[in-house]
Design a protein around this ligand. Structure first.
Ligand code: SAM
Length: 1014
């Protein structure tokens, strides 16, 4: 690998020299830079070009490149020189100018010199491959002692912190119980934060803030020696007072001594940090590191992750450009009030200060009056404050308090919203401390620019994680009245933090202004965000999106760490929105980075590109408010399968009068089971544990799976007896039947269940358009699960019958029946069977299996419910649909395909008294299915695999569902995990034969459809 990199370097060097016709440093150094970058990646180091180094004089000096640890502390440096210069003389000069001597390579594209600890360690010609390899290995083997110590300390910190936290919590609680002075001070502070941050905060939250305060004190002192932060800052001062009521002297020493090695390492690392920039980056690393260990759930909920400076700079320049373009003003100008509503470490404000460098008077005014920031958590609040003040001092040459940082929950502070004022109005009536004054001051301003990186932890997957974002009644209502109201999607997940911040900021921004956020990118194409797209296009006049992609869920070939600018799984986008009073209409511009571009490349692109030079595509949204992947075809002229309101209301102009979702239990492991007796045992246990919970208990244990709905039912004392008749068959996944306990109490949302409890029914199940899985459709005659089409994707159920009380009604509407009868009048089609609703039901199923339809309208199916065209030969398509339905519903009765079974005794397992080891693996190329360590099936025809439902073939669904899996729920794992594949082996082999026939027959029909006239 290393030799290969060197060879690539030499080739690139030769090409650069040849093509450019020069050996100038600025041209040929690119080759060595790439060599270092390639090598750095393997060592988990990041290459940072033009890195600032401390110099003895006040002048700024930049080394050509630095390799940085993730802790953002430099590991080594590189400086390129011109081959015409005398390299040794140049090295001397650089050291005199203050360049670091710890670990640095100088090279002039002819020779390379490595200096470590001030000593020349090695030099060689760049074309001597083996020698250059040795030099680079020495360079990368360098261990910076304080970094090593710091790394070890961080590891130790992870182990030690929980114990120290426990001790601290315990002590604080003890003191709280016995010390009146402390209690009084804590209560006063609580009152304050309840107003400013969150009315539901409790004593316990204050104690947590105190803990953060205590634990970060040392860090702050290390990074900013001599600071009197605890006395100077209004919030820190209050917490310091609280701390001083009991936590001093020996008590303090004894409690914190466990963390001393960590603090010592921080002090050591901090003492090596020379530049202001390094201090900033070091603090950011502490911010993320500390929080993730201290409270991983809060770190996720609050979105504790800093924004790379390159991105921040790009956004600031973009906002400035848009202000100038639309309003003829710049960010530095008077009356342009700027707010970062989620400050984190304060990067945006610090970069704004940098952006204003050189305009001393204006900068001072801006800093004092027109830059605002909010933060809701203590640690980032401290970091932001220190960072911003230190940055200002570094630029302006004088220290000044930053008076506009508020400790506040932005989303709760609805007072300043333009038309939608909220409760803060009254609450602040009597309060008069500095933080409240700051909030009031901010609220009194017209904000022209809102810029930042709002947090997002998309909905947690499991209620037991207890990591739900808190509710924000006013903002959530605004979301409901706007984004959700304008949406045609049925299910909405728009109470996501970033959607809330968009809502808040849109309401807060002045009638002339710019909103610049970097956030989750789901709103660009998510179907549930159609209303969001519609509304922001209404509320703004220009929208510019830079789509940075990196969504691992949409493209599993991507890697979060490699391709996503935040190293996360959810895609990211920068949005710049302009609102201009009295302007009409909205122009939307979109630019996208290539799908497989790495995070480093994306960041470097943003670092080197100005927004005005970026090529944007202008978007014309379609009728469904799609912005990208717009299909231009006749889909909208077809018959709608359902209408938006048809889940509630019959008689719509749609094919089916109602549809439902699959059953959403929210506790599948408890309410489904292949064996009725095991299901009975689980449900009885569930009932017992549920009954043991008193409606008055505020907390819920983790021994059964609680959800918001179940908690609500428990609080209202809903009870239920076990009833064996509630056990019903369910088609949980395609070609996999199991049992479900249809309980009104324990099933969160019964969905389609009610369609099946009354009498036999058939249902066409298809993917919800919001599902991020390949589309599928399949017919069932048992209760389908919400995730029938795959995990994390919803199922839409179109049943043949619907029930009104005990009346069963055909679900195909009279309107649809009429449309079909008019279209296919017997007079035009000769002697044909009269059309019935039953035939229409089959026809719909047939069309949904048509391969041409599915290819042509693939994009439409991702965005909306299917629409059904009229094909020329209705009867043929209805017949195909009927046959397919028989195959898919009656799959257990279809004659089995002749697969060859091979059994070879697994002596090892048998001797050990064990069943053969289950495998359930398909080898499509060889047409084989390995059942277990003894049995293999052979001769699966190639076309059988082609019958796919979503991301699996029908056969793979069977294999997947019968695998032994470790239950996620700890109680189920411990008490009810008795499923063994060996008990079902023969049944599965039999089923695979039948599903092979179903697949082959389905494919035959699909192929016939492909050739048929449409
Ligand atoms: C993605 S980070 C911001 C990173 C920042 N731009 C930086 O580079 O350091 C989001 C920050 O918003 C804060 N935050 C989350 N919810 C908030 C709220 N409701 N009000 C104010 N701040 C909030 C979090 O504590 C977190 O520090």
């Amino acid at each position: 690998m290393s030799q290969l990199l060197i060879q690539q370097y030499l080739n690139q060097l030769a090409t650069l020299k040849k093509v450019s016709g020069t050996t100038r440093e600025s041209v040929v150094r690119e080759a060595f830079k790439d060599l270092l970058k390639g090598w750095a990646r393997a060592h988990d180091l990041t290459f940072v070009p033009e890195h600032e180094v401390a110099a003895p004089t006040k002048e700024r000096r930049y080394v050509d490149g630095a390799l940085m640890h993730t802790l953002r502390v430099p590991f080594g440096y590189w400086e390129a020189k011109d081959s015409k210069d005398d390299l040794d003389v140049e090295i001397e000069k650089k050291f005199r100018a203050g360049y670091p001597r710890t670990n640095i390579i100088f090279e002039d594209s002819e020779q390379a010199v490595l200096i470590q600890h001030g000593q020349e360690v090695m030099r060689c010609g760049v074309e001597e491959v083996a020698a250059l390899e040795k030099l680079l290995k020495l360079f990368f083997a360098y261990a910076r002692p304080e970094i090593e110590a710091f790394r070890k300390a961080v590891e130790q910190f992870k182990t030690d912190l929980p114990a120290v936290l426990d001790a601290l919590r315990e002590m604080i609680e003890r003191e709280y119980a016995k010390d009146l002075k402390f209690r009084k001070a804590a209560h006063e502070f609580l009152q304050h934060v309840q107003e400013a941050v969150n009315p539901s905060l409790s004593d316990a939250d204050v104690r947590e803030m105190l803990i953060q305060h205590v634990l970060t004190g040392e860090v702050i002192a290390a990074v900013f020696p001599g600071t009197t932060y605890h006395e100077d800052n209004n919030i820190a001062r209050e917490l310091h007072k609280l701390e001083a009521t009991f936590f001093t002297g020996n008590t303090r020493f004894q409690t914190l001594k466990g963390l001393e090695p960590y603090y010592a390492a921080i002090r050591k690392a901090a003492s090596e940090i020379q530049t202001h920039h390094e201090k900033q980056t070091f603090l950011k690393a502490i911010y993320e590191n500390f929080y993730k260990v201290y409270n991983p759930k809060a770190a996720d909920r609050l979105g504790v992750v800093y924004t790379p400076n390159e991105i921040v700079r790009f956004m600031i320049e973009g906002a400035d450009w848009l202000c100038e373009k639309h309003f003829g003003r710049n960010l530095i100008d008077h009356d342009v009030q700027i707010l970062d509503p989620a400050a984190g470490t304060g990067t945006f404000i610090c970069e704004l200060l940098e952006h204003f460098r050189g305009q001393k008077a204006k900068l001072a005014f801006k800093y004092q009056n027109e830059l605002h920031a909010n933060e809701v958590a203590i640690l980032p609040y401290y970091v932001a404050n220190l960072n911003i003040e230190a940055t200002y001092a570094a630029i302006a040459g004088e220290y000044k308090e930053f008076p506009n940082l508020c400790f506040v929950d932005t989303l709760d502070n609805t007072y300043g919203l333009r038309k939608h004022k909220g409760h803060m109005d009254d609450i602040f009536g009597t309060m008069s401390d500095i933080n409240v004054q700051r909030i009031r001051n901010q609220n009194s301003k017209r904000i022209s620019v809102i810029i930042g990186n709002p947090p997002y932890n998309a909905n947690q997957l499991n209620e037991n994680e207890n990591n739900k974002n808190r509710e924000y009644p006013e903002i959530d209502k605004r979301i409901k009245d706007t984004y959700i109201d304008a949406s045609t999607a049925q299910k909405t997940k728009l109470y996501d933090m970033y959607a809330r911040f968009f809502r808040w900021a849109s309401d807060r921004l002045d009638e002339n202004g710019v909103l610049a956020f970097i956030s989750n990118r789901s709103f660009i194409e998510g179907r549930t965000f159609d209303g969001f797209r519609r509304v922001i296009a209404d509320e703004f006049n220009e929208i510019r999106i830079v789509d940075l992609g990196g969504d691992v869920r949409l493209n599993p070939k991507l890697s979060g760490t490699k391709h996503n600018v935040f190293g996360i799984q959810i895609g990211v986008a920068i949005s710049l929105l302009v609102r201009k009073a009295k302007s009409k209409g909205c122009r939307i511009f979109y630019a996208r980075r290539p799908e497989f571009e790495t995070a480093e490349e994306k960041i470097s692109f943003l670092a080197n590109t100005k927004i005005d030079a970026l090529e944007f595509e202008e978007i014309q949204p379609d009728k469904t408010s799609s912005w990208i992947n717009i299909s231009k075809n006749d889909f909208s002229s077809f018959l709608p399968i359902v209408s938006k309101s048809s889940s509630k209301q019959a008689g719509e102009k749609a094919l089916f009068s109602t549809y439902s979702l699959g059953v959403s239990t929210n506790r599948d492991e408890w309410l489904y089971d292949y064996e009725p007796h095991r299901l009975t045992a689980k449900v009885q246990h569930l009932i017992r544990r549920y009954e043991a919970h008193s409606p008055r208990d505020a907390t819920f244990g983790e021994d059964i799976k609680w959800s918001e709905t179940l908690k609500r039912r428990a609080r209202s004392s809903v009870r239920e007896q076990f009833d064996p008749t509630r056990i019903r068959q369910s088609t949980y996944r395609p070609f996999f039947k199991t049992n479900v306990y249809l309980s009104p109490l324990f099933i969160d949302r019964p969905g389609a269940a009610s369609q099946f409890v009354q009498q036999a029914n058939r249902t066409i199940v298809l993917s919800d358009p919001t599902a991020q899985k390949p589309w599928l459709v399949c017919a069932v005659d048992q209760v389908p699960d919400l995730h029938f089409v795959g995990a994390a994707a919803g199922a839409i159920c179109l049943s043949w019958l619907r029930f009104d009380d005990h009346l069963s009604i055909e679900n195909v509407t009279a309107w649809a029946f009429d449309q079909f009868r008019k279209k296919y009048r017997p007079s035009n089609f000769g002697k044909v069977e009269p059309i019935t609703k039953q035939m229409i039901f089959h026809y719909v199923y047939g069309v949904l299996y048509d391969p041409i339809y599915r290819e042509k309208y693939a994009i439409n199916l991702k965005h909306e419910f299917p629409r059904i065209p009229f094909y020329s030969n209705f009867w043929q398509w209805a017949e195909w649909g009927k046959r397919l339905m028989e195959l898919h519903i009656g799959y257990e009765e279809i004659a089995s395909a002749k697969l060859k079974r091979k059994d070879v005794l697994d002596e090892k397992s048998r001797k050990a008294g064990l069943a053969p080891k289950s495998a359930l693996k398909a080898n499509k190329e060889s047409g084989r299915i390995v059942i277990d360590s003894e049995t293999t099936l052979e001769g699966v025809p190639a076309e059988a695999w082609e019958y796919r439902l979503g991301n699996r073939s029908a056969l793979e669904w069977v294999l997947d569902q019968y695998k032994e899996k470790t239950p996620k729920d700890p109680t189920i794992r411990e008490k009810f995990n008795t499923y063994r594949f060996a008990d079902y082996k023969e049944k599965v082999i039999d089923l695979l034969g039948r599903v092979t026939t179903v697949s082959v027959e389905t494919q035959k029909i699909i192929e016939a459809m492909r050739k048929a006239p449409h």
